[in-house]
Design a protein around this ligand. Structure first.
Ligand code: 5RP
Length: 224
């Protein structure tokens, strides 16, 4: 296992101190979440009684693999704790997310949760957001116009592709990865993007994280 994988594993597993019997857990997406879910499955086999709400089809698959029972927003609108990864975490705990293309459901889940715990290996910790190109989910209809509007805000946009075709999110939308350079006012940029008609959601998670658990090669640490 690489040092980075071990850091993800340690951060993911450390987050389970927030999980208690009877809770509904928001399950994020990505490789750090994978390790959290693997461990969660072990706790469930030992008798822990929790349910999860998955933020992506990939996460649903892992839930089935590790024996994590799932529920959904029809059954409950209350999430005790959401646990998710991030592509960048700045010093104020604002995030860029969406590298895996699940940002909309991840944000709905984080928003519905009483507590939002971010798990990230140390490579994700940055002083300013923006090296990681900002994922923005947009409607396929007229995506060219929306991408142009985003470009007018100063972002160099690239339509995300998979196997040569436009990447389609679990919501049936496209994602553009946007290079705004260093983002000096994340909240303002998020608001400007949200005002564009074809934009569904941005990967900027502003003032949402309640705790950040950083993973290092040999330990995990809750940032204060
Ligand atoms: C997916 C995400 C992930 O949380 C983010 O990409 C981090 O992934 P990983 O844990 O694999 O580094 O936002 O949309």
């Amino acid at each position: 296992m690489t040092k980075q994988d071990n850091a993800k594993k340690l951060a993911g597993e450390a987050s389970l101190t927030h999980v208690e019997n009877g809770m509904t857990i928001g399950l994020g997406s990505g490789s750090t979440v994978y390790w959290m879910m693997r461990k969660l499955g072990e706790h469930i086999k030992e008798g822990l009684n929790v349910k999860g709400i998955a933020s992506s089809r990939q996460t649903e698959t892992w839930a089935a693999e590790f024996g994590v029972p799932l529920t959904n927003f029809h059954e409950t609108q209350h999430i005790d704790v959401a646990i998710d990864g991030a592509d960048e975490v700045d010093e104020a705990w604002n995030l860029i997310k969406g590298g895996g293309g699940a940002l909309v459901r991840e944000k709905v889940i984080a928003d519905a949760a009483e507590k939002f715990v971010v798990i990230a290996d140390e490579s994700k910790l940055v002083s300013r957001l923006g090296d990681f190109h900002l994922p923005v989910e947009i409607l396929p209809f007229g995506w060219e116009v929306t991408a142009e509007r985003i470009a007018h805000l100063g972002g160099r946009t690239v339509l995300r592709k998979r196997d040569g075709e436009a990447f389609v999110s679990d919501n049936g939308n496209y994602i553009v990865d946007c290079d705004f350079g260093i983002i000096t006012d994340a909240e303002k940029l998020h608001k400007q993007l949200k005002l564009l008609t074809g934009v569904v959601e941005t990967g900027l998670f502003i003032n949402m994280a309640d705790e950040v658990i950083a993973g290092y090669a040999d330990k995990a640490k809750s940032l204060k």
